[in-house]
Design a protein around this ligand. Structure first.
Ligand code: AP5
Ligand code: MG
Length: 209
């Protein structure tokens, strides 16, 4: 199955994706995670995008589209994939149509208050990228990842100024994709406010699994 996870920053896309990967046995492709790995490796891509991401703005369409286009040529996407955080603009969605089909778009519905609560407490493993939360899902040992032992840190773009910018960018550039995909009959709305196990149940139901 070829899915898109669409929703505001902090809606829980990455968190549900971990469960969805197990349910569907397809890889998660998170453009945000790919950019963060590039930044950590200080690669040319990482150096190019670091300041943009830290400020909560979007990386340019051309760079992002090329990255995903190339990723979708790899062998592990034969049975499908979950695109987490792509497309994020109408030009990205139009470009995607030229190199892949999509079965469904999962729209994570959550109010701004929920987003702020989630991003305010998010902690991320620097090595494996797992998302923890200071209240809802703490690592057993402070600042140490339960899964790989990596250091757990606060993302630079989770600082309050960057979060406000990301929400603004979401409303202006990404939210129009809701109607874009609804008109194509691909959109499935999911209430993203409950805890993740409950969302996973709605996710399966929405897909008829
Ligand atoms: P990206 O990494 O995609 O960030 P985002 O869309 O802002 O989304 P987040 O990762 O912040 O949130 P999420 O929905 O995954 O929530 P999570 O599961 O972590 O992108 C980062 C940046 O890269 C962008 O700002 C942009 O600059 C650039 N970029 C990426 N893609 C791009 C593109 N296509 N074009 C241009 N630029 C691009 O959950 C959040 C927190 O809540 C966690 O702490 C988690 O533990 C907790 N939580 C999650 N679900 C629940 C739940 N159900 N109950 C309680 N707590 C929960
Ligand atoms: Mg994410």
């Amino acid at each position: 199955m070829k899915l898109i996870f669409l929703g505001p920053p902090g809606a829980g896309k990455g968190t549900l994706a971990v469960k969805a990967v197990e349910i569907l046995n397809v890889p998660q492709i998170s453009t945000g995670s790919i950019f963060r790995s590039a930044i950590a490796a200080q690669s040319p891509l990482g150096l190019k995008v670091k300041a943009i991401i830290d400020a909560g703005k979007l990386v340019d369409d051309e760079t992002t589209i090329e990255l995903v286009k190339e990723r979708l040529t790899q062998d592990d996407v034969k049975n499908g994939f979950i695109l987490d955080g792509f497309p994020r603009t109408i030009p990205q969605a139009q470009a995607l149509e030229t190199f892949s089909t999509i079965d469904k778009v999962i729209n994570f519905d959550i109010p701004d208050s929920g987003v702020l609560e989630r991003l305010g407490g998010r902690r991320v493993c620097r090595m494996c990228g797992f998302n923890f939360h200071a209240i809802f899902n703490k690592p057993s040992k402070e600042d140490v990842c339960d899964h790989c032992g990596g250091e757990v840190y606060i993302r630079d773009d989770d600082k309050p100024e960057a979060v406000q910018k990301r929400l603004e960018v979401y409303r202006e550039q990404t939210a129009p994709l809701i109607d874009f995909y609804r008109e194509k009959g691909l959109l499935l709305d999911i209430d993203a406010s409950p805890m993740v196990d409950e969302i996973a149940v709605s996710f399966k139901k929405a897909l008829g699994l």
